[in-house]
Design a protein around this ligand. Structure first.
Ligand SMILES: Cc1cc2nc3c(=O)[nH]c(=O)nc-3n(C[C@H](O)[C@H](O)[C@H](O)COP(=O)(O)OP(=O)(O)OC[C@H]3O[C@@H](n4cnc5c(N)ncnc54)[C@H](O)[C@@H]3O)c2cc1C
Length: 460
């Protein structure tokens, strides 16, 4: 470990000042429920809130294997994206006929999240101030310039920034251009999780932490969710388990657990802030396939994450994988290269988290066990806002409701499965190398072009 990261706390900066760890008893004995939810991240919590808002008499139980906020929802970058299609360009390539509808639904979703936080007094530092995508190479510059017309075609206003304009905003020689969008924004992800927890429990949801669901069976119209020391007998089950080993076998082919790594700096002084500009305080991301995302926190630290997206052989998911010296070191080097004026600012936190990637970069929804179980997994690194929408889709499916969202191919169509091991790991590595090469050269090689034809890819 290099010295610079030696003193960094091995945990998300978002957990400072909050009580971490389980706050509830584990499940013991048999509990009856109308709806049992597996996973207490955003997806599970939104599902509980929406289900109880629809019908306050419903008995809703959530099983969480660890504690609420321990998963991606408590450790992400907090970028609030309207997109339900992993970005406009991907939506245009995959679902051109539905894109305007999807954009509208995604916009409404973020508006409804903002209204919900207001209504329930959740202070999650939500700031709908958009973001800037930054070009580091000449080909990224050209791609951003050309993207303006695409956005305009779909009624989205974005502004292209040339070299002088982007550097006037963000003082770094690393950037050659940018694309400023005023859509979406930033949130404190853990504060959002805790706010959702409070509302869900207030509406009557019963959460059991440290209660991993280990299996689900169906008998005489009742679904039984087993845990080490208890069971839930439920009329319906909703799987909101992200990248963790899915209880439903079919999901294993669709979900690839990918680790993403993050650093946070100490709070910047007024002079340090002055030296980097960034006065609009928006979220920033690079334009490449291997992109950094960075933002300021409430107390003016810089959170700096992304770039590496690491898949471990055999779909491994484990707390040990949340720290990776090589990825953290690389992030630290890239940070210093991007902002040499911040050479003295220490990194105070480093962490990682797991992302549920699908080949189509958007979640998979569906039902099993005669329609009594529904799943919403595969948010592929863009679930801060879209999980709310996804929870709604899963509830529609459980209710057997045909709604606008359940009619969309982009929502209920399936993804091409990932190959099983031992092919999965080499396939991901080959794709990663091809993506890195495209970042360097600006040319999409034959492997990526072939994958494009099948609407298949790898992303974090
Ligand atoms: C480092 C990082 C940065 C990210 N940055 C962004 C970003 O800036 N913007 C964005 O939009 N998205 C981002 N994401 C993605 C986003 O965080 C996720 O899409 C979102 O949090 C998914 O919510 P979830 O509820 O589906 O999953 P989680 O929050 O992971 O919740 C799932 C829960 O299920 C539990 N669980 C799993 N299996 C079981 C079981 N068998 N029994 C009981 N419990 C179980 C887990 O313990 C976990 O708590 C990022 C993700 C990571 C890891």
């Amino acid at each position: 470990m290099i010295d610079e990261l030696r003193d960094a706390e091995p945990r998300p900066v978002w957990w400072d000042g909050i009580r971490t760890g389980p706050q509830t008893e584990a499940l013991r004995g048999t509990v009856r429920a109308d709806l049992a939810i597996v996973g207490a991240g955003y997806t599970g919590l939104w599902a509980a809130i929406e289900a109880l808002t629809e019908d306050p008499s419903r008995r809703v139980v959530i099983l969480e294997q660890d504690w609420v906020g321990s998963g991606a929802s408590g450790r992400n970058g907090g970028f609030v994206a309207e997109s339900l299609t992993h970005g406009l360009a991907h939506g245009e390539a995959m679902w051109p006929d539905e894109l305007d509808q999807l954009q509208r639904l995604g916009r409404q979703n973020v508006e409804q999240i903002a209204a919900f936080l207001d209504e329930h007094g959740i202070d999650a530092d939500l700031r709908l101030i958009g973001k800037t995508t930054l070009a580091r190479t000449a080909h990224e510059y050209e791609a951003l310039r050309k993207a303006v017309a695409n956005y305009a075609r779909h009624g989205e206003e974005v502004r292209f920034l040339d070299r002088d304009e982007v550097r006037a905003d963000i003082h770094s020689q690393a950037f050659l251009g940018g694309l400023r969008s005023l859509r979406g924004g930033l949130v404190d992800p853990m504060a959002l999780t805790l706010g959702l927890r409070r509302v869900a429990e207030g509406l009557g949801a019963k959460i059991f932490e440290q209660s991993a669901a280990t299996g689900i069976t169906r008998d005489g119209g009742t679904l039984t969710v087993r845990s080490a020391h208890g069971t839930v007998d439920a009329a319906q089950v909703l799987l909101a388990s992200n990248a963790y080993r899915p209880l439903l076998r079919r999901l294993r082919a669709w979900i690839l657990p990918v680790y993403d790594y993050v650093l946070a700096t100490a709070p910047l002084t007024a002079e340090q802030l002055d030296s980097i500009g960034w006065s609009q305080n928006q979220g920033l991301t690079d334009a490449g396939n291997q992109f950094h995302y960075f933002r300021r926190t409430r107390d003016d630290r810089i959170l700096w994450g992304g770039y590496d997206a690491i898949y471990h052989y055999g779909n491994a998911v484990s707390p040990d994988l949340e720290l990776r010296d090589r990825s953290h070191r690389l992030l630290a080097r890239h940070f210093r290269e991007t902002f040499p004026q911040l050479a003295e600012v220490p990194f105070t936190h480093r962490w990682g988290g797991v992302i549920d990637t699908t080949t189509r970069f958007t979640p998979i929804f569906g039902t099993a066990m005669r329609g009594q179980l529904a799943y919403a997994v595969g948010f592929t690194g863009l679930g801060v806002a879209s999980t709310r929408f996804g929870a709604g889709v899963a509830l529609d499916l459980l209710a057997g409701r045909e709604t606008e969202r359940t009619q969309l191919k982009a929502i209920t169509g399936t993804a091409v499965p990932f190959p099983p091991e031992p092919l999965r790991w080499p396939a991901v590595e080959l794709t990663r190398v091809a993506l890195a090469r495209e970042d360097e050269t600006g040319r999409r090689g034959s492997l990526l072009r072939t994958l494009d034809r099948f609407g298949v890819g790898f992303n974090s």
